[in-house]
Structure formats: C-alpha cells, structure tokens
Design a protein around this ligand. Structure first.
Ligand code: C2O
Length: 570
C-alpha cells in the first residue's frame, strides 16, 4: 500500500512538473525601429520609435518564458536593444550593448534577440543601447510569476506601468553630438514625461496627460521605471501612500513611504490603495540633483490618479483640478538615504560570505586638458577643458570594429586589455578636496577577468573630482546584493562590520550615494562580457564604464552558447 502511495505521489509530482514546464511559453515579437512624428511641447519631432509607439510596446511575460524579438532597423541610425536587468544566462549574445556583446544593427538590417527569463519576477524594461537613442526607444518588460504561482502579496485589482522619461525639444542625437564636439556638458532636457506625456505643467501638454485609474477600495500595483537619460528622479502622489514591494525584478520586504527615488535604470513596484475621497490626485516626478554647479532640468512631470467614481465634469463645468503633492527639495539627499536604507529582501538570502575577488572601483568625473590638435571650440568644458569620466582612473573606450564578446570568442587580439586595476592606482582622499593633478584619467579598453563561480565584492566609491554626484551604477548579466552604503571614503576596518549579509536588497542598478560608497556582492555564474556603467547616459559617453569578462565554467551548462547566425558583424 505504502509503495503504491509513494508511486502515486511521485507520479503526480512528475505530472505537475511536466505541466509547469510546458506552461513556459515562447513569445515572438517584431520591433521595427523607425522615425515617427511625435508631437510634444507644441512641436513635432521625427523621433525614433519602436513600431511607431512612444513609449514602445510593453512586453508581458511569465517567469520561465522565452522571448524572441526580431529587431528590424528602418531608422537612419545604428541601433541595438538591451533588455535591462534580464540575466541572460548563457545568452550574452542577446544582451545588446553596442560594441560590447554585438556590433550595431545597421540601417536596413535586423537581428533576432532570443533569451529565457529565469527566476526573475517584477518590473524590468528594454531600451536602445547605442548613442542617446534610448531617449525615445524604450518600453516596459513585465515579468509575472509562473502560471499558477502568485505574488507574495494580495493580488492587486489592477496594474499600471509608469515609465518616467526625459524629453528634448530637439533631436537627442544632435544634442549628444554637439556635446561630443564641444567637450562641454550636453543641453539639459526640456521635460520629464510619464508614459511619454509631460503633463499639465508644460505648454501644449494637458490634452495628453497620463491618467492612472483606481477605484475606492481597490489596490493598483504601479510599476515605476526611471527611463530618464540623465536624471535621478523623486516620485510621489498627492495624499496617497506607497507600499513598496519590489525593485529591479526582485521582491522586497514591504514598507510604506510617500516618496520614491529612482536613479535611471532602476525600477520600483508599489501598491497604491484607493483609500481617499474619490477625486483626482497628481502623480508627480522631478529631479533629485546631487551634482554641484551643474545645470539640470528643474521642471515637474505629472500624471493624474483618477478615481473611477470621481464626479464627472458635467456640461460647462471643468474637471476637478487635481491635488498637487509636495516633492522633496532637489538636493534632498536625506530623503534618498532614508528611502534606500528601507530596502530589504523579504527573507534571509544567500549572500556570498567568503570573497574570492575583492575589487574597489572609484567612480567619478574628470576634465581632460585640451589636446594640442584641438581648437578652443572643441574644449568648451570648464576652463578650456573637455569633460571626461572614469572608473579607477580609466576612461572607458568602446571598440569600434568588433564587439568585446566577439573578440573574446574568436580570440582577436588588440581589442581590449585585461589589466583593469582591481584598486585605484593611487589612493587619495576620494571625497575630499582632490588635487587638480588627479582630475585627468587615462583612456583605454581595460577589462577585468573573473573565474566562473568566483564570489565577487565590489566597493563603488564616488569621487568629488569636478563634483560629487549620485551615480546609478548598472551591471549587465547579473543581479547583486547591495550589502552596505555610506558617505565619505569607504573604510574596510570600520565599515565591514556594518554589512547586511542577512536580507540585503537584490538589484541590477545601485544609486551610489553622492560623496559616498556602496558595496555589492554576487557570484560570477554567468559567462560572458558584461558592461558595468553609470546609467546617466552623459557619463557613459564620457567613459564611466568598464567590462567584466566572466570565463566559462565546466561543461555546456556553465558555458556561453554559440553566437546566433544573424549576429551583426561590423
Ligand atoms: Cu539599462 Cu547598459 O543599460
């Protein structure tokens, strides 16, 4: 009898397993990258979009699904698409950063990205990873639990993705081109947007203002994504509280707050309850600006949280004017710290405790003295210099005729060197008054090699060179635990004891505190070439990036797949 029962139990288990496996779907999509007229702020621009949509299409999948996206480039620029936060286990060829994992898709060409979502749930997004195209080429990528599984919180009545963007009343490619020519800072944006719409506080924008629905007693799961190019943003709603439940496609221990801060690249999932008098309430976002003496877009974007039961405007009566929330001051770093220190994993997690690779990377800006063959028009940075940026004093230069991953795969020499410093070449008071002689980095394509399976810790240390700033540092191909953050110079002697090795949050982008540091840990279990960079696009262009090369392990399952047949070559 017992044997039969065991047999039956195993049988049922196998059937359920097979069913859950077969539940995983393959989703096919076509992304046509093309110029599309988009009218904002009273003017129409020919913006680069996907399928004529701005923002681009929302992809919704279940954990375990496979996405197959054919990207067809009908625009006049090179393009690639990056699936921000997707781990790309063994499928690094589908990651997307131009000249890191592939050459760009040239105008008229196409490339099919193929990858499987493994063990990730929540909100991610996709965006172009070439020049400043992501200003208009981006969309949400929502990962639901596997079919038959549920959220670790009561099922919300509705869900709304909110993409915060940044809009130039100009061609963003021209904006960055001009900055590259002059060596100065690029023009700041003219508006922030919520799902592509600036909202009521901008000229010619009221008509399109984004409406987020809710009803009395309902819960709306709002998935906030900071897709802005260059600006960390505060986000709030009048009279409503957020219950934060996730970030970067990892669940969090729920906590309540009235304001979020998201660096570009970061996502935050919040529950909003319809517990206020039925009416209209502004949702608002504006800059968190930590850099000093730098211009920034100080406008405010709004959307409207609208109760379905809110009194309708009758003939001749205007709609109720929404209630405006108060936002933190632009430089309110305290609010940012309080918010980021509230993030915890829901339960004890497996953080590496022994470390094989202990890395210390400074991150910050710099100034290049005007090169002898440049004229003064090309050196319009502070005091006749050109802006630059670096990690460990290396300003990263992308290859231009092969990708790093291809060079690695084919054994092509001379594309990169593996001598990226594990520590700053010179130790100094990083957040103090740094001698001008240390403001000019060297440039190069220097990478760090990591053994498969190595347990890695990276201390990310801001510098005050030119200006201290909160840098959103994003690592491709990995999620990492943020075990600590703080201000001033990281001190291993006194700061190590404060590490949270119990329930630190898991992220793919960490907003490193202005004039401070953050410590991340992960296991290098995904072979490939993974760029780590500041997600302020202006800083990528200046070289605030590096690449981690993770070796294959043993056997097929620990090795990167073969490159796809249609991988764009240079
Ligand atoms: Cu969302 Cu390399 O970036």
């Amino acid at each position: 009898m017992e044997a039969i029962n065991t047999f039956l139990a195993i049988f049922v288990l196998l059937i359920t397993l097979a069913l859950s496996l077969s539940n995983a779907k393959i989703q096919e999509h076509e992304f046509v990258v093309q110029a599309t007229p988009v009218k904002r702020l009273c003017n129409t621009h020919s913006a680069i979009t996907v399928n004529g949509q701005f923002p681009g299409p929302t992809l919704e999948v279940n954990n375990g699904d496979t996405l197959v996206v054919k990207v067809i480039n009908r625009a006049r620029y090179n393009v690639t698409i990056h699936w921000h936060g997707i781990r790309q286990m063994r499928t690094g060829w589908a990651d997307g950063p131009e000249f890191v994992t592939q050459c760009p898709i040239r105008p008229g060409e196409s490339y099919t990205y193929r990858f499987t979502i493994q063990g990730q749930e929540g909100t991610l997004w996709w965006h172009a990873h070439s020049s400043w195209l992501r200003a208009t080429v981006y969309g949400a990528l929502i990962i639901h639990p596997m079919q038959g599984e549920s959220y670790p919180f009561p099922k919300p009545n509705r869900e709304t993705p909110i993409l915060l963007g940044e809009w130039w009343d100009a061609n963003p490619i021209d904006v960055v081109r001009q900055a590259t020519e002059t060596g100065g800072a690029p023009n700041v944006s003219d508006a922030y947007t919520v799902n592509g719409q600036p909202g009521d506080l901008y000229k010619c924008s009221t008509q399109g203002t984004t409406i987020v629905p809710i009803d009395s007693g309902e819960t709306n799961l709002v998935r906030v994504i900071n897709a802005a190019l260059n600006q960390p943003l505060f986000f709030t709603i009048a009279n409503h509280k957020f219950t934060v439940v996730g970030a970067d496609a990892a669940y969090l221990k729920p906590f309540t707050t009235t304001v979020l801060m998201l660096g570009p690249g970061q996502t935050t999932d919040v529950l909003i309850k319809g517990d206020q008098p039925p009416s209209r309430y502004y949702i608002a976002a504006r800059a968190y600006q930590s850099a000093q003496n730098a211009g920034f877009d100080n406008t405010t974007t709004t959307a409207i949280l609208e109760y379905k039961s809110a009194p309708c405007p009758s003939k001749g009566v205007a709609a109720i004017k929404p209630l405006m929330p108060s936002l933190p001051a632009y430089n309110d770093t305290n609010t940012v710290t309080t918010f980021s220190k509230s993030l915890r994993s829901p339960r004890r997690v497996e953080v590496p405790t022994e470390i094989d690779e202990n890395l210390f990377f400074t991150i910050g800006l710099g100034l290049d003295n005007c090169p002898p063959n440049f004229n003064s028009n090309q050196c319009q940075g502070p005091n006749g210099t050109r802006f630059t940026a670096s990690m460990n004093n290396v300003s990263f230069v992308l290859p231009s005729n092969i990708s790093i991953l291809q060079a690695l795969h084919l054994g092509v020499q001379g594309v990169f060197t593996t001598d990226f410093p594990t520590n700053p070449p010179l130790q100094f008071d990083y957040t103090g008054n740094v001698s001008r002689s240390l403001w000019q980095p060297i440039s190069g394509t220097k990478v760090t090699k990591l053994k498969f399976g190595s347990r890695v810790q990276i201390v990310l240390q801001d510098t005050s060179i030119v200006t201290p700033e909160n840098h959103p540092i994003h690592l491709h191909g990995y999620d990492f635990y943020v075990v600590a953050e703080g201000f001033g110079n990281f001190d291993p002697k006194k700061d190590t004891s404060k590490f949270n090795l119990v329930d630190p949050p898991q992220r793919n982008t960490v907003a490193v505190p202005v004039n401070g540091w953050a410590v991340i840990r992960f296991v290098a279990d995904n072979p490939g070439a993974w760029i780590m960079h500041c997600h302020l696009d202006v800083h990528i262009g200046w070289g605030l990036a590096t690449v981690l090369l993770v070796d294959n392990g043993i056997g097929l399952l620990e090795s990167i797949e073969a490159p796809p047949q249609d991988l764009p070559l240079c």
